[in-house]
Write a protein that binds this ligand. Structure first.
Ligand SMILES: O=C(O)CCC(=O)C(=O)O
Length: 191
């Protein structure tokens, strides 16, 4: 259940034992890059760590930064297959975010980059520490939030990106890591 129809929550998509194992494996297996990046002359620090994995030929910019695509790992492919089967949808890319503790966050944004087409469907799987997912309507300013527990699969329907911004705000009381995976379908570049 969720307060806005553009969001669908499936609690317990993975059970707690599976979630612990998946989190451990991702923490170990992902080669987490440095979270500093350069735009022009300036250096920025991302308030989390992230990796981007995509099918060959898929290019994507996130907040105007072209992400360097890595291949799918066997574990990420396994998660993609399970989610595609449950949602009857196709995904060709995943952004994996590591929030090392409650000081890591993602600011207000919508995932409406051109490469995602007009109907961006995003499936978001949460593992590890529960965190708040906040959303704010672009025009009315209406706000809401939902808690994303380990094992929850959140589907953001296309109109969500058109009408709302979302964020995962800092939560300094949280000491444990959280990993969130957002599966996306990115349009292949025109030939
Ligand atoms: O961590 C989350 O739940 C949200 C991640 C997110 O907003 C994104 O990857 O665009």
């Amino acid at each position: 259940m969720s307060a806005v129809p553009e969001l669908e929550l499936i609690e317990g998509f993975y059970n707690q034992a599976d979630c612990r194992q998946l989190l451990e494996r991702l923490l170990d297996e992902q080669d987490w890059p440095n979270n500093r990046y350069q735009v022009g002359e300036r250096w920025f620090e991302l308030p989390r760590q992230q990796t981007w994995h995509a099918d060959p030929g898929i290019r994507y910019s996130y907040s105007n930064n072209l992400l360097v695509a890595r291949p799918w790992t066997p574990l990420l492919s396994e998660l993609r297959a399970a989610i595609e089967c449950r949602l009857n949808a196709k995904f060709n890319a995943v952004l994996v975010n590591l929030y090392r503790d409650g000081n890591d966050y993602v600011g207000w944004h919508s995932d409406n980059e051109r490469e995602m087409g007009d109907e961006p469907l995003i499936a978001s799987l949460s593992l590890g520490a529960p965190r708040t997912f906040a959303y704010r309507h672009k025009r009315s300013g209406e706000q809401g939030s939902t808690r994303l527990n380990a094992g929850t699969l959140l589907t953001m329907r296309p109109s969500f990106q058109h009408d709302w911004r979302h964020s995962v705000p800092p939560a300094p009381e949280v000491a444990d890591p959280r990993i969130n995976l957002t599966f996306r379908y990115v349009l292949p570049p025109p030939n």
